[in-house]
Design a protein around this ligand. Sequence first.
Ligand SMILES: Nc1ncnc2c1ncn2[C@@H]1O[C@H](COP(=O)(O)OS(=O)(=O)O)[C@@H](OP(=O)(O)O)[C@H]1O
Length: 394
Amino acid sequence: LQNNRTHELRPTSDRRSQRKAAEKHTPIPHQPAKHTPTARAERRRRAQVPVVFLKTHRTGSSTVQNILFRLGERESATFAFPHRTYQFNYPDRFRVAFVDELPEASSQFDLLCSHMRLDLPQVRKVMPENTVFITLLRDPIETFESVFRYHTSTVPAFLSARRAAASEGKPALKAFLDSPETFWDPKEPGNGLAKNPMSFDMGLNNQKWNGSWPEDLAQLEEAFHLVMIAEHFDESLVLLGALLGLEHEDLAYLRLNARAKNSVTELDENMRAKVRSWNVLDTLLYDFFAQVFWEKAGQFGLDRLKAEAEKLRESTERIRRRCVSRESVPPAELEDLLRPRQTESVTVVGFEVRGNLSLQDQGFCVRMMLPELQYHSHLYFKQYGRDMRAAPAD
Ligand SMILES: Nc1ncnc2c1ncn2[C@@H]1O[C@H](COP(=O)(O)OS(=O)(=O)O)[C@@H](OP(=O)(O)O)[C@H]1O
């Protein structure tokens, strides 16, 4: 099984040494069968609708993507993967041309869940008519703080702020928030995430409110069957499970792609107000879909949702105890297969898998903690029999 393929976005020498190191590591065991006969029977009955998951930045989206990756792999779904790398030419708006070919043996794509900036009509051209659309939003203040810290050296506006801050001896985020307009050039394509990042990912005008916003929101509400809310993650997963016919075990998760505590900036009230005001459209977007979320929750039944979320938490906790020997593990202590992507500006922590697991449990547990890039390359290789392509050299 060619399953230790690591993503191709690192320098070749780094990749080569990583490959070499990877040979020494535990390969990803085969995808295990479900555990109980009843579960197997249930699974056969699940209506396998195609799914698009709009993977918004720094919202908890890798955790949801991991659930979908596991589901798709188990059901031999055909993934609509980017032609290159693990993103659809981000930050360009999604286009059909960004999608890799439909494998010969497949008649349609079943799952699309790699990073993109949404363009609904274009996505609809790629996916079957009965596709279910889902996404995830997070409190805009938390999201922006995380986006800023994670992408400080890749988003030009943030990088300029960091340089200015260094000369003034200030924290970069404070320098940015004191005068964001000084650093933010709206014409610079790489600045998409610098203001209202969730609105940007949803394909909205993230620069300023305009007359089309209400209509655009209404269209998104119509298109998306479920917009999950990170602050109510378990309740969101219960609704996702109901929508896709999934069991609690399918929805078990670990908090992936989390920053180490020392990579998080504590915001005082003054900074929170500044973040809120700079990202006012994200607040509008979030509040709108939070309301939609609670309407859906009401239709499901609030008491039922609460009880189901509690059961999900319990089953997830059991699975976590079975799988994880150590949480919040610094990258240097993780094997390559389980090390999340790091950026220049933050430390991202991961998980250590328990030893002495049966092969079946090992397959299940490793997948649950597999970082985005490793799982993406594994599935890409499985689907196409070749490595994921690297980004073109500039
Ligand atoms: N289950 C759950 N609930 C709430 N929050 C969660 C969850 N899982 C992941 N996270 C937090 O989401 C942040 C990572 O988001 P993404 O995976 O979307 O990031 S990325 O854009 O793919 O890099 C990252 O946030 P920060 O740690 O604040 O940066 C994760 O801690």
